[in-house]
Write a protein that binds this ligand. Structure first.
Ligand code: PLP
Ligand code: ALO
Length: 354
């Protein structure tokens, strides 16, 4: 096929796992189900099978819905957990606060987001306790949801002990627990825990499970572990324009990524590339890895002239996430050669000593 643009493929990209192509398993799945007519709007056999496989994956009778992207998954899930007069507590760097353009507030008809700080992009339990208990008068938007991102926007992961402390706080104050799992697979691969231990057994009521970051073209799973909270969620999806008519193309890739372990294999690979990148970069003078590398992101403090040089050479990376560091995001598609080329470019861009 003639490329729309002369050469759309980016050679030097560490901006996001969203830039990666579809992984082979997901593409094969799309081709395999692309025959003939099937029921639309999720009433096809592959969607049913994908839901059953996710119930097996989480070892519980959860309810699953597929939507087009993570912003929709988070916003609609949050809207199911609270009323407009409630508030949602999350980290100040949470995607639902910084990068969803007000969608959570919009789809919940105005629910207020209350922010905590905390090291490594993880909410500070003491600040959650303070936000929830500081006021109980009618004028204060009553906290109803605690939202955690796992793995976090800074590439760290909540440990089981940290999750337990937050779960205890949520239960003490009757908060529902939302988990933004855009990179849940990376957290699973990092902690080597079971999906159940990292979700419903940790008290999570609803998980938005990222398929896109695992190599799918599209298709996030909204997973309700408390089925009562899923009541009429299908209507919420339809009204928000998130009910896919050709659902089979969102659900079938989940089958292929779950059935032979590809989902976790790709996550482990992305995490390994991030560790390799961090290990090589921190050997360089003047380069500081800013946060623990526990998933597939590396945040580095680089001299501005290095950033300018790298960008002039065509390297893609974000500096608007976190607290100003350069975010270098690895994916299922990142190779050791890619890592080596970036490290060499950083080394060459550093001021010459001596
Ligand atoms: C932490 C996090 N949550 C959610 C999302 C989903 O965002 P989108 O609506 O772009 O799929 C992203 C996107 O990459 C993300 O990084
Ligand atoms: C920040 C952007 O919205 C996307 N979630 C990413 O992580 O690349």
């Amino acid at each position: 096929m003639q490329h729309v643009h002369p050469d759309p493929v980016l050679k030097n990209q560490f901006a996001s796992d969203n830039y990666a192509p579809i992984c082979p398993e997901a593409m094969d799945a799309i081709l395999q189900v692309n025959s003939g007519y099937v029921n639309a709007y999720g009433n096809d056999p592959w969607t049913a099978r994908a839901c059953d496989m996710l119930r097996d994956f989480f070892a519980t009778d959860c309810q699953i819905f597929f939507v087009f992207n993570g912003t929709a998954a988070n916003s609609l899930a949050l809207a199911s957990l609270c009323q407009s007069y409630h508030s949602i507590v999350c980290h100040e760097l949470a995607h639902i606060e910084t990068d969803e353009c007000g969608a959570p507030e919009f789809f919940s008809n105005g629910t207020k987001i209350l922010l905590t700080t905390g090291n490594g992009g993880k909410v500070d339990p003491a600040q959650v306790e303070h936000l929830v208990t500081r006021r109980s008068d009618i004028h204060y938007p009553k906290p109803k949801v605690l939202s955690l991102t796992q793995s976090t926007e800074l590439g760290t992961v909540y440990t089981p002990d940290e999750l337990q402390v937050l779960r205890d706080c949520a239960e003490r104050h009757e908060l529902r627990l939302h988990m933004d799992g855009a990179r849940f697979a990376n957290a699973l691969a990092s902690l080597e825990l079971s999906p159940a231990e990292l979700s419903w057994k940790a008290g999570v009521d609803v998980l938005t499970f990222g398929g896109t970051k695992c190599g799918m073209a599209v298709g996030e799973a909204v997973i309700f572990f408390d089925r009562e909270l899923a009541a009429e969620f299908d209507y919420r999806c339809k009204q928000a324009g998130q009910l896919a008519s050709k659902m089979r193309y969102l659900s079938a890739p989940w089958i292929s990524l779950l059935q032979d372990g590809a989902l976790l294999r790709h996550a482990r690979h992305a995490n390994a590339m991030a560790r390799l990148l961090a290990n090589e970069l921190q050997k360089l003078p003047g380069v500081e890895v800013a946060h623990p590398v526990e998933a597939n992101a590396v945040f580095v403090r680089l001299p501005q002239e290095v950033i300018d040089t790298l960008r002039a050479e065509g390297w893609y990376f974000y500096t608007f996430i976190g607290t100003g560091e350069a975010r270098l995001m690895c994916s299922w598609h990142t190779s050791e050669e890619d890592v080596g080329q970036l490290v060499a470019a950083v080394r060459a861009a550093l001021p010459k000593t001596g």
